[in-house]
Design a protein around this ligand. Structure first.
Ligand code: 0O2
Length: 211
């Protein structure tokens, strides 16, 4: 079957554009209310056609089943400062009426063999087209800045080694992943102290703490 890719990808382009605005909107609202902002920044992309074809061949997904079986054609990434922020962001998304969470994959508690850590949500998003409403699957990856640093480096190295890392490189990447995890843990401890200090400060001035 010959596919008109521009036509097929148009609702995905719209989904990514809308979700970027909505997720960035969450960040903006927290900032405006002077509350701790759980989102550092948001990125999004539509999977390139070449990657869609390659993945469909590896996963044996027939072209006519892409909409139902390839959940990351629309992909969003949310970067957070602290691991605690990730859980807050997940909860915010679970509570939204315009995004339906279908799948949750916790690669923070259960890191991947490579050392990869991140929290993945597959959501169903109703995009409004001139032909009517269409439900689009989108994958949201939520991670700390440290997890993102590691994943970005590992992803680019993958291009060089095509996934077949030499043992030494594999070990180094796993150690780097652990170092990134330690960094997140240290930062979490500092975060608690900062929040405690803020609570004491607010109490001393007779103000209530809104988070
Ligand atoms: P790209 O180039 O990022 O788009 P799925 O692949 O979603 O159908 P699966 O395997 O259960 O099903 O998905 P998973 O593992 O939840 O998510 C896959 C995506 O997570 C990858 O997309 C990467 O973005 C990221 N990811 C997973 N494991 C690793 C890893 O070890 N290293 C890095 N750097 N990223 C990882 P793609 O399609 O592989 O690639």
């Amino acid at each position: 079957m010959k596919r008109d890719w521009d036509l097929f990808l148009a609702p995905y382009e719209q989904t990514v554009a809308e979700l970027k605005v909505k997720l960035r909107g969450i960040r903006k609202q927290y900032r405006e209310q002077n509350r701790h902002v759980p989102i550092e920044f948001v990125t999004g992309r539509v999977k390139p056609v070449e990657s869609i074809i390659t993945k469909s061949q590896i996963r044996h997904i027939p072209m006519e089943r892409l909409e139902e079986e390839m959940s990351d054609i629309a992909g969003l990434r949310i970067m957070c400062q602290f691991v605690e922020d990730i859980h807050q962001v997940v909860q915010i998304i679970r509570n939204r009426k315009d995004m339906k969470v279908l799948i949750e994959r916790d690669y923070i508690t259960n890191k991947k063999e490579s050392g990869y850590r991140s929290y993945h949500l597959v959501i169903e998003y109703p995009v409004q087209l001139i032909s009517g409403e269409k439900k689009i699957l989108a994958e949201i990856q939520i991670r700390t800045l440290a997890m993102n640093f590691w994943a970005t480096i590992e992803h680019s190295l993958n291009y060089k080694y095509q996934g077949a890392f030499p043992e030494e490189m594999k070990d180094r990447l796993q150690r780097a992943a652990e170092a990134a995890y330690q960094l997140d843990e240290e930062m979490s401890k500092i975060r608690e102290e900062i929040q405690e200090a803020q609570r004491l400060f607010a109490h001393g001035r007779g103000k209530s703490d809104d988070g």
